[in-house]
Design a protein around this ligand. Sequence first.
Ligand SMILES: Nc1ncnc2c1ncn2[C@@H]1O[C@H](COP(=O)(O)OP(=O)(O)OP(=O)(O)O)[C@@H](O)[C@H]1O
Ligand code: SF4
Ligand SMILES: [Mg+2]
Length: 326
Amino acid sequence: MPQEILLSVKDLRTDFYSSKTSFVTAIQDVSFDIYRGEILGLVGESGCGKSVTSLSIMQLLKDTPGKIANGSAVLDGVNLIGASDAVIRDIRGGKMSMIFQEPMSALNPAMRIDKQMIETICLHQDLSKEQALAHAAEMLKKVGIPDPSRILKNYPHQLSGGMSQRVMIAMALSNDPKLLIADEPTTALDVTIQAQILDLMKKLQKEANSSILLITHDLGVVAEMCTRVIVMYAGKIVEMAPVEKLFANPSHPYTQGLIASVPKLGSGVKVLPSIPGSVPDLASMPSGCRFAPRCKYATDQCRTQEPQLVEIAKDQKCRCWLTQGE
Ligand SMILES: Nc1ncnc2c1ncn2[C@@H]1O[C@H](COP(=O)(O)OP(=O)(O)OP(=O)(O)O)[C@@H](O)[C@H]1O
Ligand code: SF4
Ligand SMILES: [Mg+2]
């Protein structure tokens, strides 16, 4: 059965302005599809553009010096890039919602949790306040909050980091989104709760046949949760593949480095190889392949000509001269 595309992102580019005329490009040439019912992973080192990609898709750059310079992101036939505020308001929190890296930034500090949740629910579902409150309590229960009625009466500052993360997840899932963008959804939580929340997200995703874009540093989480993975480096996609393929046969030297840095259970290896060097500065990107300064296979061609992201096998794309010849 052919897979149905839910979100199609094409040639997305976002710039950050330090003055009217001076800017750096944080992400570029970002193109990918999310299929209905899949969990797509997005991985890469800190600063590679994972959050900027998700904020650009969600149209959440307004309070930043960021501007989308190019591209489209079509969700169920609607291009989100450049859509009116009214269209975005209708979609965000309903058909598409997001869990942030930083829970406090998603919660309104001046509003009690019950009011925030009721507002979100009533904006997208035809329910009375009482029904919305009951639904809010049910969602809090689902994310493992034992006493929802107490938490609902709290303001965000009265909650611990883990608790506010769970409230945010409950809120994001409360309108059965078709697409959930989860940016490091469990980083702030301890390992046991992290596993519980991931299990829950997977369960809810399966029940509703919804899709998740899961942004994480943790390749273990990717292996556990995702169907396909995108690897980003310095603002661009360098590899895209089904999970099993990516782990069994990583093609890009950067992906190989990332996978080699993951501890293998029971291997007894204490010191893991890390990728030498660091991510280049946005203001001074190397010419040619952006990974060349850190790549042990770099040639003169790599240092002068930039490879494109091309299909190298069925469902697998890679941006590296090694995999595509001249
Ligand atoms: N508000 C902003 N103003 C200026 N530059 C920004 C802003 N937000 C992000 N950037 C820049 O865009 C680049 C990509 O950042 P982004 O937050 O997307 O990285 P990330 O992959 O999410 O990293 P992390 O894993 O640490 O969350 C970085 O170089 C960052 O400095
Ligand atoms: S293009 Fe060259 S420098 Fe870049 S990852 Fe491939 S081999 Fe390394
Ligand atoms: Mg981020």
